[in-house]
Design a protein around this ligand. Structure first.
Ligand SMILES: NC(=O)c1ccc[n+]([C@@H]2O[C@H](COP(=O)([O-])OP(=O)(O)OC[C@H]3O[C@@H](n4cnc5c(N)ncnc54)[C@H](OP(=O)(O)O)[C@@H]3O)[C@@H](O)[C@H]2O)c1
Length: 304
């Protein structure tokens, strides 16, 4: 079976994707800042500053998947952190580009994460892949720079696919895990008036989309990686309450307070980004979890 090299494979999405690929008999390797060949998925090393990749990893690879990047929500957006968020994505992509260009890998496709942050704060507008990026804020700016580097990979001629990933739902990390926390104290918190759209996707569907991009050669270019039913922030909190089946009081965290405490990072939770899944559906992709409540219930039941 083909070998898949996943950069950033140790992260939330990479862990789930690695397991799914192995279940389907693919040979999975990771590319990580830390070498560990005896890990469950052998991890070869790369060093973005030194522009190095252990070339044995690339030489045996049929498909490259890039999920690497400094976490966007884990630390305050200081100028240094913003630089790291952008450079970890852009420089990793450009490093792959140089190895692909020099034909140091037989890889047949390069498949990358991107993010719906590309679109920025757009109210109720249903956003499609051809729509322009948002004009304001760090998120669109960083994703535009990221996609420019992805375009540079495509220019080498390798089949290149990128998913503008929405809010990946999982109980093991990310936004849903944080939204579930207050329910332990019988409280559900929404932000501002809760009317902003969040474009979510069940982690299994996102992992399955990457597998489709490997297996279906028709995939090329950008696709939104979101479920077909974006929901408002308040609806997601209400659905969490229903899925948990426990009493909870819903309260609002005022937007001005979030801005005061989080600064620019509040964009991540206050921006409204309603994204269409039409293009990926037109490729024949079937969502296992097109609706929000069953998605949350499934994640809670399976502790995924
Ligand atoms: N999860 C979401 O809701 C979501 C939404 C939109 C887009 N995305 C994008 O999808 C990708 C995967 O998401 P995820 O949630 O799985 O991310 P994650 O859990 O944060 O994992 C990303 C991986 O990137 C590597 N990494 C971290 N900092 C790095 C740095 N400074 N330089 C190079 N590599 C670094 C790490 O691997 P090693 O420690 O092994 O090096 C880490 O495991 C990311 O690019 C993310 O921006 C995710």
């Amino acid at each position: 079976m083909p070998t898949i090299l996943i950069a950033g494979g140790t992260g939330l999405l990479g862990t789930r994707l690695s397991k799914l690929l192995r279940e389907r008999n693919y040979h999975v390797l990771h590319l990580s800042r830390k070498r560990n060949l005896s890990a469950e998925y052998p991890a070869y090393q790369w060093d973005l500053d030194k522009k190095l990749i252990e070339v044995e990893a690339l030489e045996q690879t049929d498909f490259i998947i890039n999920l690497a990047g400094a976490a966007v929500a884990d630390a305050r957006w200081t100028p240094a952190r913003k630089k790291l968020i952008i450079e970890s994505r852009v420089n990793s992509t450009l490093l792959f580009k140089s190895f692909i260009e020099e034909k140091r890998t037989p890889a047949k496709a390069f498949i990358s994460a991107s993010a719906i942050g590309y679109y920025g704060n757009r109210g109720e507008q249903l956003l499609k892949e051809n729509d322009p990026s948002g004009a304001i804020g760090f998120l669109p700016k960083s994703v535009v720079a990221w996609e420019k580097s992805i375009d540079a990979v495509a220019d080498t001629g390798i089949r290149t696919v990128a998913f503008r990933i929405g809010i990946v739902l999982s109980t093991k990390g990310g936004a849903l895990q944080k939204m579930l926390l207050p329910f332990r104290f019988f409280n559900g918190t929404y932000f501002g008036n809760g009317s902003m759209f969040y474009s979510w996707i069940h982690i299994d569907d996102m992992a399955r989309m990457f597998v489709e991009a490997i297996e279906n050669e028709q995939y090329s270019g950008y696709y939104n990686g979101v479920a077909p039913a974006p929901a408002t922030n308040k609806k997601i909190v209400l659905n969490c309450k229903e899925a948990l089946g426990k009493p909870a009081i819903l309260t609002s965290a005022p937007a001005f307070l979030l801005r005061a405490v989080m600064g620019e990072m509040a964009d991540m939770i206050l921006d409204s980004t309603r994204v269409s899944a039409e293009k990926v559906q037109s490729m024949g992709f079937q969502f296992q979890f097109p609706e929000l409540l069953p998605a949350i219930k499934d994640l809670l039941e399976r502790k995924m």
